[in-house]
Every structure is written in structure tokens, then in C-alpha cells.
Design a protein around this ligand. Structure first.
Ligand code: NDP
Length: 247
């Protein structure tokens, strides 16, 4: 694997498990100095720091002061932030009729407001450097209707719109902003989806299999690389063809 991120500083939110962990490991393997956040799973975070060169920071998406402190910590240690990957996210699925307002708020606050807080916190140092890359991890639930996920869909659909608007603001300042839109990827999050729903989705996935976290990580590192220097405000869907066909 090329060491093309040598000298670059990367922050990945929710890097202790699943897709975030794969992103952390790939950036680290490509030479980046990587910092990642986790919420509560200290053990999982320790496994990542044991597996690759990366530094863990406990920090909730919902705590603006903790996010500002995390950014300050990275800047004090590494002097800059070249890449931010807004990956941390949760689901709290149920039908709208049964959804307590707390579940609506928790998902929006973690997935959408958390990304807002992180972008706000890194924008100043990136503007100062007149360079940077922000990548938001959305979901196909933000593109197509998924039953039981009104809260999650709203957070991810808004993240896609947020990506485009932020790209319009930051493009002339040397900061590229894009989204990656995963389909069904095998992680702890998707393990909670009922078997019948998974089976139904599998029938519609053109590649006839679920994705692996590494297959999202490779797209994220591509988008962060100079090879993607003209990609701006876009969403790249990585779903094995699930949303590409009507049948
Ligand atoms: P996982 O549940 O496997 O991992 C979630 C990660 O986010 C963990 O590192 C977790 O930390 C962290 N996290 C959760 N809540 C918070 C919080 N409040 N503050 C900080 N960190 C938090 O999820 P996936 O890897 O599956 O998903 C990663 C991203 O990809 C999410 O944004 C998700 O919406 C998106 N996605 C996933 C898909 C899939 O099929 N898996 C499909 C489409 C999109 P800790 O370990 O401490 O709990």
C-alpha cells in the first residue's frame, strides 16, 4: 500500500469499530498520523491502537465542548488537521408512531449535529492552512425510503444536503467536502437489522453480498487523496448496486 498520506494528520470520528476502524487502519497503513474518537467502548478503542499507529480520544458527538477540546488536543500534538472524516453514527429504529421524541433527538444530535460541531471546530484551522478535506459518511437511508428509520434517514439526508452547502462555502478556500454513502456493510450496526430485512435487501443487491468496512475505507482514502482533487460537493454511493436498480 502506498504511503501517500505521510505527513498528513487525519481525524476520524467513531473510529473504534466497524467502518470507522477500517478507515483509521487504512489511513495509518498509508502513513497518516491518525486520531480517532470513540464514545464509550474503551476496549474496542484499545484494540485499534494496538492494531495500528493511531491515537484514541474519548469524545461524544453530542458534546460541543469535548469536540472543541479534542480538536485543540490534535492541534497541540500535531499542529494541523488535513482530513476530517465524520463517521460516528447511531441508529435507533422504530416506526414513527412508536418513536419517542428522545430517540428522534438522539439520532439527529449524534449523526447530524455531531458532524456540524466537528466541521465548525476544524474549519478555522483548515481555513488558516487554506487546505483540508472533509468527508461525511452518510447512508443510502438518506437517498431511499427505509421503513423504521425516519430519524436516521432525516439525519443522513440532511448530511448529504449539508455536504453540498458546505462545499459551496469552502470550495474557494481550498477545502474539499464530499460524502460517502454506504449501503449494507457488515458491522455491529448492521448486525442489529432483523434477518428477514437483511435477506430482502440481499435480493436487491446487484453484487449479491453485503459490503465490508474496508470497501468503504478505500473510497474514503481515495476521496482524501490528491487523485480526487477535482471532486467537490459530491456523494459517492458504495452499495453493491442496491440503489442502482428498480427490481
Ligand atoms: P458501528 O456501530 O459499528 O460503530 C459506531 C462507531 O461510532 C463506534 O466507533 C462508536 O463508538 C461511535 N459512536 C457512536 N455513538 C457515538 C457518540 N455519541 N459519540 C462518538 N462516537 C460515537 O457503526 P458502523 O461502523 O456500521 O457505522 C459507521 C458509520 O457508517 C455511521 O455513520 C453509520 O450511520 C454509517 N453507515 C453504516 C452502514 C452499515 O451498514 N453498517 C450503512 C450506511 C451508513 P463506541 O465504540 O465507543 O461505541
Amino acid at each position: 500500500m502506498s504511503r501517500e498520506f505521510e505527513g498528513r494528520v487525519v481525524v476520524v470520528t467513531g473510529g473504534s469499530r466497524g467502518i470507522g476502524r477500517a478507515i483509521v487502519e487504512r489511513f495509518a497503513a498509508q502513513g497518516a498520523r491518525v486520531f480517532f474518537t470513540y464514545h464509550q467502548n474503551e476496549k474496542a478503542a484499545a484494540e485499534v491502537t494496538a492494531a495500528c499507529q493511531a491515537e484514541a480520544i474519548q469524545c461524544s458527538q453530542t458534546d460541543a465542548a469535548a469536540i472543541d477540546a479534542a480538536v485543540a488536543r490534535v492541534l497541540a500534538a500535531a499542529g494541523k488537521i488535513d482530513v476530517l472524516v465524520n463517521n460516528a453514527g447511531i441508529t435507533c429504529d422504530t416506526f414513527l408512531m412508536l418513536m419517542p421524541p428522545e430517540d428522534w433527538n438522539r439520532v439527529i444530535d449524534t449523526n447530524l449535529n455531531g458532524a456540524f460541531r466537528w466541521c465548525k471546530a476544524v474549519t478555522r484551522p483548515m481555513l488558516g492552512a487554506r487546505r483540508g478535506v472533509i468527508i461525511n459518511i452518510a447512508s443510502i437511508a438518506g437517498l431511499v425510503g427505509v421503513m423504521g428509520q425516519t430519524n436516521y434517514a432525516a439525519s443522513k439526508g440532511a448530511l448529504l444536503a449539508f455536504t453540498r452547502a458546505l462545499a459551496a462555502e469552502l470550495g474557494t478556500k481550498g477545502i474539499r467536502v464530499n460524502s460517502v454513502v454506504p449501503g449494507f456493510i457488515e458491522t455491529d450496526m448492521s448486525a442489529r437489522v432483523p434477518r428477514q430485512i437483511k435477506q430482502k435487501n440481499l435480493e436487491h443487491i446487484v453484487l449479491k453480498r453485503f459490503g465490508q468496512p474496508a470497501e468503504i475505507a478505500s473510497v474514503v482514502t481515495f476521496l482524501a487523496s490528491d487523485a480526487a482533487s477535482y471532486i467537490m460537493g459530491q456523494s459517492i454511493v458504495v452499495d453493491g448496486g442496491l440503489t442502482a436498480t428498480a427490481a
